[in-house]
Ligand binder design. Structure first.
Ligand SMILES: [Zn+2]
Length: 326
């Protein structure tokens, strides 16, 4: 029977670019839509066009261009940019749909590492909007937005290493796009979900049925899904099991079923099958282009827009059909 309760979201852990959350009272199709839209349809800014003026490094132009494309750019104001293909102000690219970066580095010492810190946003002086797009230099886990002030900014993402006399000089144009065009626009490093265990037992009944020895034997064969609570001496599920990270091994399920058959005669009283999960444990990590919260917000908006468009189309199709009938 369909679950009529309103879906809800509970955030367990949140940093700037990571979030663990639970979505309750929905089904697999919705959970998967959230995962797929977050990966492929949330827009960000990324370098899409390179004018290579000088490249005497050991890297080919294409390799360097590819690396530049993968540098995440801060995109919290991405909604204010146009997609270049839809831009009403230009035929190529302009300040409404792109941001320009210059990179000019020459090695005069023994060796020099070129990083994302060497990318200079030359559009920044034109508008605050353009200035909001900057390379993401940091990596790792942070509890707040990384910056020079709080000491969380790192040394930048390595792009190339130059030997004495080598030089790279180029102009890079960043444009708005989504992950389904190219992975460089995806704001997400990883997003995955797990559901409640597929098979589990009602431990309240098992605890009354089994002897201490039988309980210990079950714990042994449960692959760390079960434990015995030292205070109450009762069987309990381990957290990893209740979070859906591990499941009961088949041997353990068989053993439990036999034990229950001996004691109760009907294993269905304690066996619980979960073929229709309605609770989803998500783990999300972003590239830093958007905060984890922004990724989720954009994801829900994209899904909502699609459904609104579908609904409007349905309405007009129904109306057309009625007009032809009468
Ligand atoms: Zn434009």
């Amino acid at each position: 029977m369909p679950n009529a309760r309103t879906p809800s979201i509970h955030i367990n852990r949140q940093t700037f670019n990571e979030m663990d959350f639970i979505i309750k009272d929905t089904d697999t199709s919705v959970a998967n839509a959230i995962r797929r839209v977050a990966i492929a349809e949330v827009p960000t800014m990324a370098i899409d066009l390179i004018h290579m003026q000088v490249n005497t490094s050991s890297l080919h132009d294409e390799v360097l261009a590819h690396r530049l494309g993968l540098v995440p750019l801060t995109s919290h104001r991405v909604d204010e940019f146009e997609y270049t293909r839809d831009c009403p102000y230009c035929s190529d690219h302009c300040s409404h749909c792109s941001v320009t970066f210059d990179l000019d580095v020459q090695c005069t010492e023994e060796a020099l590492t070129v990083t994302s810190q060497d990318l200079v946003n030359t559009s920044a002086l034109e508008s605050q909007l353009a200035a909001s797009v900057q390379p993401v230099h940091f990596s790792g886990e942070y509890n707040s937005t990384p910056s020079e002030e709080n000491g969380l900014a790192s040394n930048g993402i390595v792009l190339a290493k130059l030997a004495k006399g080598q030089r790279i000089r180029l102009t890079a144009i960043a444009k708005k796009g989504v992950g389904k065009e190219h992975a460089k626009w995806s704001p997400v490093c990883t997003i995955s979900y797990k559901t409640d265990p597929t098979v589990q037992f009602d431990l309240n009944i098992l605890n009354t049925l089994l002897s201490d020895e039988a309980k210990r034997a079950l714990v042994k064969s449960s692959d760390e899904c079960l434990a015995i609570d030292p205070k109450s001496n009762q069987l309990v599920y381990e957290t990893a099991f209740t979070l859906g990270r591990i499941s009961l091994p088949l041997d353990c399920v068989k053993k439990m079923t036999l034990l229950v058959l001996e004691g109760l005669g009907d294993p269905t009283q304690v066996l619980e099958y979960n073929n229709d999960p309605h609770q989803f444990y998500f783990s999300l990590e972003t590239t830093g282009a958007l905060s984890s919260e922004d990724v989720l917000r954009h994801t829900f908006r994209v899904i909502q827009t699609k459904l609104n468009q579908l609904s409007a189309h349905l309405q007009s199709t129904v109306q057309e059909n009625l007009n032809t009938l009468f």
